[in-house]
Design a protein around this ligand. Structure first.
Ligand code: ADP
Ligand code: MG
Ligand code: MG
Length: 898
């Protein structure tokens, strides 16, 4: 026969914390607390199996449940020395729902169950307080009617207000026992009127009604929505906890409270909590009375005049403080607890893993490891990489008032304030004269990069999470709100309107890239201090992880940030970004518009010194570490001028007329540039471009003294599909090396490798590996080409795709393991089979995504490369994945903090 009911308390505890699947989180932890000898009011838990049975069998209960419940009630009654429905010593119960994961959508708790016109007299007797007894009774009728019978609170509140007005009372506490008793009469009449049946007087009817309400609340709309949002399976079901009532509202020696065993916002090892004297249940969080602080320190910190529990009930406080330590040692994590004091006796009503801020998560994990309560691996597993992400960016002061204009997509985390500008050129000009700016564009293009770089934050009115603005801003660590549809931008008049409000150029604006809020004015900022705990956790992560972590960086500033965040080299240096700088772009355009090779060479000769200088600086910054440089990749037309002024300038500098330039631009237009004249195709059609770049690279590498040189220069060819492409372009690199080495009379070691970003390259990786000395997966393009989805056009249908669950996650954020991931796996296996020891890494956006990193760890890649600001996230994520692989991930006793 199945066991449907588990007792706890009174020396007869049948469950443990490990039984959450069966007993729910609340039930399992009540059992655990009882089992380790903490004062828990006795009770029993009806299992989640009953919930499953209930729904599988047309909302009926299994045979034997009724008896088991009676046995449970008898257990409680014998421990409490009371009897359910008894007029002399009435037993009162609470009925509490409790799923595996904490679920706010579930049924509210019912307190004081078992009261009726008879038993209330017993309660008057045992408590010696008629007012308390009648108040408890009416609270019960109100709660039960609301939760079980569906008669809303407000009906009862109206009756209460009427009575108060009638008697000239102001506060609830003005009501006397007789008033409450009279009010109960009107409550019951109300129930009769609205439900067509009398309020259930029989305690067992009340209990059955409450239990049924818990089970049916599993399928109410609130719960269904909550489960969908939090990926909680419907099959889990909920448990029901039935427990003896303890009273925090029986007088001034009674209290009720909630607490965290450490400060949940800072992680500080201080007891943190609030309580109310002479109150019941959720009065503390309901905010009707000002709660008091547990500790004297807490009271002082909050400048409260009300006495702390430490002062008012020192014995109870000492006991509670001891329990705080016991629970932390036992659960090995910070706990969130509920307690009640009845006539000086302390009762524990709940414990669970406490939610905490990212800063607290970091501090608590490191402290617990230092205290020896958890291992370093566990500490690493306790901090979510997403929390580190939040810590790395400045945040808006949570206490500041925000004038929110609208909310767009939270495209790149962090917050920023500045004066509003509408063009990249303005951004650069304003910053040059010392202003801080927010750049607002309808959408951004590669031309805007300069402006984005100097701006504090970027706002776009169009585009998704993977739009140009979003990707580039994340790469730069620049806060970005993208796709704010309510924003209308008028560049000509330098003004934008948001839902009828006009914001002009120069007005102060704040962006919160973590929430997507666009805020008028400057909101004060706080930068979380990363401090020693952060470096310590990172050190632990580094000692655990197997995969290397490099950064995608092309500017000296980015390279420096990357190194300071612990990058072990550059995995992707995009040379085209160096072309956009003012003073260079004109030569690039000259090169593109040149009529013949000679003309191109002339322009390239002007560009080479710039590239060489850039490489020298980056090599110095990354000294001792490997640097992978990708040769020119984007289609050339991206560099072409668009505005009349720019076209005129190019025409002048190239010595041709404006019409010729316009013709050239029209000629180069492509209808599908992502699959157009780009990548190694440029190297094959214009070998002199790659030759110039390689010459600059090798000259730079030779120029820096050995102690300032990178450990390895890796030249990477983009968009290769066939072996012949790699042969042709590799020959250019090798020839350039040979020429430079001969001219300088010096050689340096270098490698030539290829990106794998086309499905054909992945499938033919064995062939490519004969010529390639390393592989780097360009997972952005590989995703586009494998899925046949253009990132720039995905916004139109990705929403619908997400709603219908076509891809579990946005495949441009988190790698599509089955498809794109399979290509990565195949290429790695085939590449290494042909070329044992081949170094294989990832340099797409996925290199900084924890879920993707987990996949890459699983298939044994050598390293990931990500934007500088994601380096710590990748280090932590790689360590966590390594932990999981070797089975060090500790199974938590309590709920996960997720
Ligand atoms: P939630 O999941 O919303 O926290 P709970 O079941 O924990 O719901 O209960 C709600 C409130 O009722 C809490 O403040 C709790 O302390 C109080 N409560 C629950 N059971 C009892 C009981 N047996 N005696 C006294 N108060 C109780
Ligand atoms: Mg609770
Ligand atoms: Mg690419």
């Amino acid at each position: 026969m199945s066991k449907w009911v588990y007792m706890f308390g009174g020396g007869r505890t049948e469950g443990r914390a490990g039984m959450k699947d069966l007993l729910g989180g609340k039930g399992a932890n009540l059992a655990e607390m009882a089992a380790i000898g903490l004062p828990v009011p006795p009770g029993f838990t009806i299992t989640t199996d009953v919930c499953t049975f209930y729904y599988a069998n047309g909302r009926t209960y299994p045979a034997g449940l009724e008896d088991a419940i009676e046995a449970g009630v008898a257990h409680i009654a014998s421990v409490m020395g009371a009897s359910f429905g008894d007029r002399k010593q009435p037993l009162l119960l609470s009925v509490r729902s409790g799923a595996r994961a904490s679920m706010p959508g579930m049924m509210d708790t019912i307190l004081n169950l078992g009261l009726n016109d008879d038993t209330v007299l017993g309660l008057i007797e045992t408590s010696g307080d008629a007012r308390f007894a009648w108040d408890s009774y009416r609270r019960f009728v109100q709660m039960y009617s609301d939760v079980v019978l569906g008669i809303g609170h407000h009906y009862f509140e109206e009756l209460l207000e009427d009575l108060k007005a009638d008697r000239g009372y102001i506060l609830d506490t003005d009501l006397q026992a007789g008033d409450w008793k009279e009010l109960l009469g009107s409550y019951k009449a109300l129930v009769m009127k609205r439900s067509g049946a009398p309020f259930p007087d029989d305690p067992y009817d009340q209990l059955r009604g409450a239990i049924g309400a818990v089970f049916s609340s599993w399928m109410n709309q609130r719960a269904i929505t909550y489960r969908r949002l939090h990926d909680i399976p419907e099959a889990w079901g909920t448990a029901v906890n039935v427990q003896a009532m303890v009273f925090g509202n029986m007088g001034s020696d009674c209290a009720t409270g909630v607490a965290f065993t450490r400060d949940p916002s800072t992680g500080e090892d201080t007891f943190f909590g609030e309580y109310l004297v002479n109150a019941q249940g959720e009065d503390v969080v309901a905010g009707i009375r000002t709660p008091q602080h547990l500790t004297i320190l807490g009271k002082q910190a909050n400048q409260s005049d009300l006495p702390a529990l430490e002062e008012l009930m020192p014995d109870v406080f000492r006991q509670l403080d001891a329990i705080r330590r016991i629970l932390e040692k036992h659960y090995r994590d910070m706990q969130d607890i509920e307690f009640t004091v009845q006539r000086g006796a302390l009762w524990m009503l709940q414990t669970r893993t406490g939610k905490r801020t990212p800063a607290a998560a970091l501090k608590i994990a490191v402290d617990l490891a230092r205290e020896g309560l958890i291992t370093r691996e566990e500490a690493v597993m306790r901090v979510d990489p997403g929390q580190i992400d939040q810590l790395l960016h400045p945040m808006l002061d949570p206490r500041a008032i925000r004038d929110v204009l609208t909310t767009g997509l939270p495209a790149s985390p962090g917050a920023a304030s500045g004066k509003l500008v509408f063009t990249a050129a303005d951004a650069e000009a304003w910053v040059r004269r010392g202003e801080k700016v927010i750049l607002a564009r309808v959408e951004t293009s590669p031309e805007d990069i300069g402006g984005m770089h100097v701006a504090e934050g970027v706002l776009t009115s169009r585009g998704g999470m993977t739009s140009h603005a979003a990707v580039v801003a994340r790469g730069m660590g620049r806060p970005c709100v993208a796709g704010a549809g309510a924003v209308r931008i008028n560049v000509t008049d330098r003004v934008m309107t948001v839902l009828g409000r006009e914001i002009r150029e120069g007005d102060l604006l704040t962006l919160d890239g973590s929430t997507g809020q666009v805020i008028y004015g400057a909101v004060p900022m706080v930068r979380p201090d990363l401090g020693k705990d952060f470096s310590l956790l990172m050190e632990w992560a580094d000692s655990i992880r197997r995969m290397g972590v490099r950064a995608n960086a092309e500017t000296p500033a980015d390279a420096r940030v990357a190194r300071s965040f612990g990058a072990e080299g550059i995995g992707l240096c995009r040379t085209e970004h160096m072309f956009f700088e003012p003073g260079r772009i004109v030569h690039v355009r000259q090169m593109i518009l040149a009529r013949d090779e000679d003309g191109r060479r002339q322009a390239l000769d002007l560009l080479r010194p710039y590239q060489r200088a850039d490489f020298i600086e980056i090599f110095r910054i990354m000294h001792g570490l490997p640097v992978t440089i990708r040769l020119l990749d984007p289609p050339l037309h991206e560099f072409l001028p668009h505005t009349d002024a720019d076209i005129q300038e190019v025409a002048d500098s190239a010595g041709v007329d404006v019409r010729t330039v316009r013709q050239a631009i029209a000629q180069m237009a492509e209808s599908n540039p992502m699959l157009g004249h780009r990548g190694c195709r440029l190297g094959i059609t214009f070998p002199e471009i790659y030759a110039m770049q390689c010459q600059a690279i090798f000259e730079a590498a030779i120029e820096v003294p050995p102690k300032d040189a990178p450990s390895m220069v890796e030249v990477m060819i983009p968009l290769v599909a066939t072996r012949r492409e790699l042969e042709l372009t590799k020959a250019i690199v090798d020839q350039a090396a040979k020429d430079v080495f001969a001219r300088c009379g010096k050689t340096i070691p270098y490698k030539v490798g290829t990106m794998i970003e086309l499905p054909r390259a992945a499938l033919c990786a064995g062939d490519l590996a004969d010529d390639a000395e390393f592989f780097s997966f360009g997972t952005n393009d590989l995703t586009q080409t494998a899925l046949g989805i253009s990132r720039d056009d995905a916004a139109h249908f990705m929403d619908a795709y997400h709603r219908h669950g076509v891809y579990a996650k946005d495949p441009f954020v988190s790698i599509d393991c089955e498809g794109v991931g399979e290509l990565v796996k195949i290429a790695t296996v085939r590449g290494r089979a042909a070329h044992p020891g081949l170094k294989v890494g990832v340099c797409g956006e996925h290199g900084g995504d924890p879920d993707s990193i987990d996949f890459f760890e699983g298939i044994g890649l050598d390293y990931v490369s990500c934007s500088p600001y994601r380096v710590p996230i990748a280090r932590l994520a790689a360590a966590r994945s390594a932990c999981r692989r070797i089975g060090n991930g500790h199974k938590e006793l309590a709920d996960s903090t997720a």
